[in-house]
Design a protein around this ligand. Structure first.
Ligand code: ATP
Length: 259
């Protein structure tokens, strides 16, 4: 039995997970989701979504593959070009990267909006509080005074001055129906999802096949790097990005181990 076999999945604090563990990021992600469920910000179904993602990350070797890094740079450029960018937050996103989403919003001038599959006012308020504790200034999603067309009532709710009005939306770990409905509204959609075959990345303008815990800080780093770039340069980065190629390369890497 190796030392690693003694690492329990239910550690009290994430600092107890050894950073040199071969599946460190999986243990960290799982721990954060468990804590999110305990705190009432993540739905129990979020565990199941996490399990699906974890299998793909295992096959990606828990690293940002080059085509994902390209997508993350294009996403940063697209957010900087936007008139009204909005970052959508669900229970898993809030549990995994609250401070990182607040940083990305600050660097790109985006709004943060809580948008839940299993919507309750209690959970929305808990998530908004959690985001503010991690540095978010303003959090939208509480008004719910507009509807995304072609979705059932609960899942369609958004803020009129948030996602409804946005030209560019980042929707990480999104369910396929809502991603498709946002696409039909004409939004430019950036999706973060470890499964390149899932419907959300399939409909995205910029699909990022990477673990959200690596992807969000990397989009922010690219945005900082591009802060002084001209509009033409940002547009060129977005135009050079090839969504089909990014999806193909991620799938190839997952299936064969090489990109
Ligand atoms: P569809 O988009 O076809 O509805 P699905 O039903 O599998 O797909 P959901 O359960 O709604 O999708 O969302 C979970 C998705 O999030 C999965 O595709 C999973 O791979 C992805 N996912 C889970 N954890 C992470 C993570 N930490 N980083 C990135 N993606 C993740």
């Amino acid at each position: 039995m190796s030392d690693y076999d003694t690492v329990s999945a239910d550690v009290e604090h994430e600092e107890e997970i050894p950073e040199d563990h071969p599946r460190y990021q999986d243990l960290l992600t799982r721990h954060r989701i468990e804590t999110g469920v305990e705190k009432g910000i993540t739905h129990l179904q979020g565990m199941h979504a996490e399990g699906r993602g974890s299998a793909f990350d295992y096959l990606l070797g828990e690293e940002t593959i080059p085509s994902a890094d390209d997508a993350e740079r294009a996403a940063a450029a697209q957010l900087l070009l936007a008139d009204h960018p909005v970052l959508s937050i669900n229970g898993n996103v809030a549990a995994l990267v609250p401070g990182e989403m607040a940083d990305l919003a600050a660097v790109t001038g985006a709004d943060l909006e809580v948008n839940l599959f299993n919507r309750t006012e209690e959970r929305i308020t808990a998530i908004a509080d959690h985001l503010r504790e991690h540095g978010a200034e303003e959090v939208k999603g509480l008004e719910a005074d507009a509807r995304i067309p072609n979705l059932d009532h609960q899942r369609a709710k958004v803020d009129a001055d948030g996602i409804y009005d946005a030209d560019v939306v980042l929707v990480p770990l999104e369910d396929g129906d809502r991603a498709a409905a946002l696409e039909e509204m004409g939004k430019t959609e950036i999706v973060i999802d470890l499964n390149p075959l899932s419907r959300s990345p399939q409909v995205a303008d910029i699909p990022i096949v990477d673990n959200i815990i690596r992807a969000v800080p990397n989009v922010t780093a690219h945005a900082r790097d591009l802060a002084d770039a001209s509009e033409d340069d940002l547009r060129a980065i977005v135009d050079a990005f090839d969504r089909e190629r990014a999806l193909d390369r991620a799938e190839k890497r997952i299936r064969s181990g090489v990109e």
